[in-house]
Ligand binder design. Structure first.
Ligand code: AMP
Ligand code: GLY
Length: 420
């Protein structure tokens, strides 16, 4: 197949690596990509946010499938434009992508579809925020309503800090004050063809910057899959996945279809396992980053076939996606100053030695070449992935690899997948 992948992060690199690992070889284009992606795909000079440019390129190059990695092109209507020209595209249209782009819309869909989630109140003024905080109680959760790369959220026991966060976002529009959902978080991905869903394997993401879940929220500092502890709570991973398919993914996809805005692409359910059941914290309309880096290496079926089936409405031909029993752990290497003010342009060294370790590969998140050097270009720089027979082995490999990589001021968590 000829496949165009839009995006430039470690998630897109992970998607491309999964496509590359198939027995059949594909011609893969990526826009804009990064220095790591350049080793595995042909980079094309194309604005991924420009629906016309993407469509023209796909037509001219007889692309069989467009895969949209990040949320921004979805919200910009790129999937709509490509689909209108009859090219299969993995990614929802603008209307369905509001599930991620607007937290208020997501809450509305969950209400209408009967999906379990926490209470949420809208507040358009600081007084209204204060009232909502008092109604829902501590710990306080305040969210900006829009795309903020996971950084528009504060969860805090400190009422003043919650108010200050709201004050910073209120000039952009109303904020959401949410009930605090207490329990472990799980990310579960569903491929959707607009009508049916096909679940992938659960993963857990680490959102806070520092060990022991301290520091600010980030886009995600690491992840692992599978989650062995799910079986203790639900009997098996399969039982958990079936429950979430039934109670969350299927009702949402049915609702969007009935509304005339079918969801074609990846439905990401961010879940909390509370004492009173599984509840949705958020939806995303695309693969999660960094969870994709640990889910896809475990996938047995060729990814291209599944994405094309979702994009062309034929998921019914695929019974289930199956996953290897072995484990994968990704640890994110971030720049100094991330997430507030990442320092970029610093050289990266030692990647070849790191990747020489058995079971280790690197998904590039923000890299470029500068002459003979590889340099950092953003906040999250690399996803160092360890795979192995179990989490312990995968984790040991990922951390051994990180010790060999040099990035001045680089920061990473030491407790990814350190399960008690
Ligand atoms: P979001 O951008 O909505 O995914 O929020 C980012 C992170 O903030 C989540 O992954 C949770 O760790 C935390 N968070 C968000 N909403 C809540 C909530 N209602 N209760 C507890 N934690 C939350
Ligand atoms: N890892 C969280 C996200 O992709 O939104």
């Amino acid at each position: 197949m000829r496949i165009l992948v839009l995006g430039s992060g470690a998630r897109e690199h992970a998607v491309i690596l999964a496509l590359r690992s198939e027995e059949v070889s594909h011609e893969i284009f990526a826009a804009p990509g990064n220095a790591g992606i350049a080793r595995d795909a042909e980079l094309v000079d194309l604005d991924p946010l420009d629906p016309v440019a993407v469509t023209e390129f796909a037509k001219e190059h007889a692309v069989d499938l467009v895969v949209i990695g990040p949320e921004a092109p979805l919200v910009a209507g790129v999937a709509d434009a490509v689909r209108e020209r009859g090219i299969p595209v993995f990614g929802p249209g603008k209307a369905a992508a509001r599930l991620e782009g607007s937290k208020a819309f997501a809450k509305h869909v969950m209400d209408a579809a009967g999906v379990p989630t926490g209470r949420a109140l809208h507040a358009a003024s600081l007084d209204a925020v204060a009232e909502a905080l008092d109604e829902l109680g501590a710990p306080y959760v305040v969210k900006a309503d829009g795309l903020a790369s996971g950084k528009g959220v504060i969860v805090t026991p400190d009422r003043e800090a919650a108010l200050a966060h709201a004050a910073a976002y209120l000039p952009n529009g109303p904020v959401l004050v949410e009930e605090f959902l207490d329990g472990p978080e799980v990310s579960l991905f569903f491929l959707s063809d607009g009508d049916r869903v096909l679940p992938l394997s659960p993963a857990q993401d680490y959102k806070r910057l520092r060990d022991a879940d301290e520091g600010p929220n980030t886009g995600g500092m690491g992840a692992y899959s599978p989650l062995p502890w799910l079986a203790d709570r639900f009997g098996s991973e399969e039982a958990f996945v079936d429950l979430v398919s039934r109670e969350v993914a299927e009702p949402v996809v049915r609702h969007l279809d009935a509304a005339g805005t079918p969801f074609v692409g990846l439905l990401y359910a961010g879940l909390v396992l509370t004492a009173t059941g599984v509840k949705v914290i958020e939806f995303n309309a695309r693969f999660g980053d960094p969870e994709t880096q640990v889910v896809l290496p475990r996938l047995r079926e060729p990814l291209s076939g599944l994405l094309l089936a979702a994009a062309s409405g034929t998921l019914e031909d695929h019974a289930r996606a199956t996953f290897r029993d072995d484990a994968a752990v990704v640890v994110v290497l971030a720049s100094e100053g991330y997430p507030e003010r990442p320092v970029v342009g610093r050289p990266l060294r030692g990647l070849a030695d790191a990747e020489a370790i058995e079971g280790v590969h690197i998904a590039h998140a923000a890299t470029a070449t500068d002459g003979a050097d590889l340099v950092s270009t953003g906040g999250r720089v690399l996803g160092v992935v360890g795979t192995g027979a179990d989490l312990e082995e995968s984790r040991a490999r990922a951390y051994r690899a990180l010790e060999l990589i040099e990035l001045e001021g680089g920061q990473y968590r030491r407790d990814i997948a350190a399960l008690q």
